[in-house]
Design a binder for this molecule. Structure first.
Ligand SMILES: [Zn+2]
Length: 117
């Protein structure tokens, strides 16, 4: 099981940009705030120093890249991911087959349980 933490816009500094480690998708705080509120985009902090696939720790990933990375690490098995938000914990399971299908259909890849209600 992996644990990832939602990066809320308000935790960023005023002029800070947030940038995905993998796809380099970058937004200033204010834009991310709007996208997050509209459930269009979410960034995660993934502390990977205990995992064996990277020497990096605290990866910042957009939701799409998080899916992709988990699928890459576990291409053939369902993977449990605990998502931490400010108030709640969500246990999600990433099904590689389901994610694959979603990748081919437009606009469905951002279904991460409706970004938590
Ligand atoms: Zn990304």
């Amino acid at each position: 099981m992996y644990v990832v933490e939602v990066i809320e816009p308000k935790t960023l500094k005023k002029k800070e940009n947030i940038c995905c480690f993998m796809c380099q998708l970058e937004y200033p705080k204010e834009e991310y705030k709007i996208l997050r509120e509209n459930k269009k985009l979410i960034y995660f902090k993934w502390d990977t120093k205990d995992c064996d696939f990277t020497v990096l720790s605290n990866l910042t990933l957009c939701h799409e890249c998080l899916f992709k990375m988990i699928k890459k690490i576990h291409p053939n098995e369902e993977t449990k991911v605990k998502v931490l938000t400010e108030e709640y914990e969500y246990d999600l399971s990433f099904d590689p087959d389901a994610t694959l299908d979603e990748d081919e259909e437009e606009g469905n890849e951002d279904d991460i349980s409706g970004f938590f209600g």
